[in-house]
Design a protein around this ligand. Structure first.
Ligand SMILES: NC(=O)C1=CN([C@@H]2O[C@H](COP(=O)(O)OP(=O)(O)OC[C@H]3O[C@@H](n4cnc5c(N)ncnc54)[C@H](OP(=O)(O)O)[C@@H]3O)[C@@H](O)[C@H]2O)C=CC1
Ligand SMILES: O=C(O)[C@@H]1CCC=N1
Length: 278
């Protein structure tokens, strides 16, 4: 089936669910009319209904009208959702894609008790502007479903196929990573204000500089240190700034944050189930 005719149901259209929907609709491969978004507070989906997406709260109906079922609820909410839709899942028609952190394929399969292909994907919110980094994993025998999933996420950024055991690491580095780099940009702009720029100017300079740095890596395929060496004039101000940041633990803070984030990602389901669900 061509992507243009594929019907996608996004169950749990919150932050990442709606970001995925926006990105897909922006691509030339999908249109809003073939994408259904569900959540219980449907009034919050009104802006998406106005853009032509199908929006409601009936997960079973959404599954019955779709080929691709994308689950984007919180870890503590997934059991109830799977229980609700499992009788509607058709192993000959559907591919089930979960972007839920900390819930492995085996746990999902135990819930649905069907041979429907299950794929895990870990995008980030830049998917809304088709700039996601999406890691994808599944069981070995699911090559066809993995290809179909990759094809979808390839339209909204870059993809990388990984082993499922690396999914929590992908969550920390790629999905949470958006927040980490945003905080770094925010910190840079605060420094910029202190040395004389208005807030909006400082943010513009910091954001475009960060974009340029990222593009140097992705376009030139160089190592960061190679590009850093080109900025650091001997006895200059860049190396002074960099060394001071390292004395203050810059790299260490980022590394430690990513480790803690990955540890938490691995425990999300059990922690959240332990805290009760709503
Ligand atoms: N935010 C991000 O950047 C990323 C998040 N993720 C993962 O995606 C998942 C969602 O995260 P996020 O979008 O931040 O969380 P949100 O809380 O924003 O989204 C979850 C949505 O699910 C809806 N929901 C809950 N239960 C049901 C149900 N039974 N049927 C339909 N909809 C339901 C909620 O709306 P309502 O209460 O109205 O039903 C809510 O809008 C998490 O598992 C997270 O780990 C993965 C990658 C990136
Ligand atoms: O913060 C979280 O738990 C989710 C997972 C990745 C991004 N947001």
């Amino acid at each position: 089936m061509s992507q243009a005719n594929q019907k996608i149901a996004i169950l749990g259209a919150g932050n990442i669910g709606t970001a995925i929907a926006s990105g897909l609709a922006l691509s030339d491969h999908f249109n809003a009319g073939n994408i259904t978004l569900t959540r219980r507070k449907t009034e919050l989906l009104e802006p998406f209904a106005e853009k032509g997406f199908n929006t409601h709260s009936d997960n079973g109906r959404a599954v019955n009208n779709a080929d691709i079922i994308l689950i984007a609820v919180e870890p503590r909410q997934i059991d109830a959702l799977l229980k609700e839709i499992k009788n509607d899942l058709d192993e000959n028609r559907h591919i089930l894609i979960s972007v839920v952190s900390g819930v492995d394929i085996q746990r999902i399969r135990n819930q649905v008790q069907k041979d429907v292909p299950i794929v895990r994907a870990m995008p980030n919110t830049a998917i809304a502007i088709r700039e996601s980094m999406t890691c994808i994993a599944s069981e070995e025998e699911q090559n066809k479903a993995v290809s179909a999933t990759k094809k979808i996420f390839d339209t909204v950024g870059q993809t990388l196929l990984i082993h499922e055991e690396l999914m929590t690491s992908a969550t920390a580095l790629g999905a949470c990573g958006i927040a980490f780099f945003l905080r770094a940009i925010r910190a840079a702009s605060q420094g910029g204000i202190e040395i004389g720029f208005h807030a909006h100017e400082a943010l513009q300079i910091a954001a475009q500089t960060a974009k340029g740095a990222a593009s140097l890596l992705s376009d030139m395929e160089n190592h960061p240190e190679f590009e850093i060496d080109r900025v650091t004039t001997p006895r200059g101000c860049t190396i002074s700034g960099l060394n001071q940041m390292e004395h203050q633990g810059f790299s260490s803070a980022m590394i430690k944050g990513i480790l803690v984030s990955a540890e938490k990602a691995a425990k999300l389901y059990s922690i959240e189930k332990g805290e009760g669900s709503s």
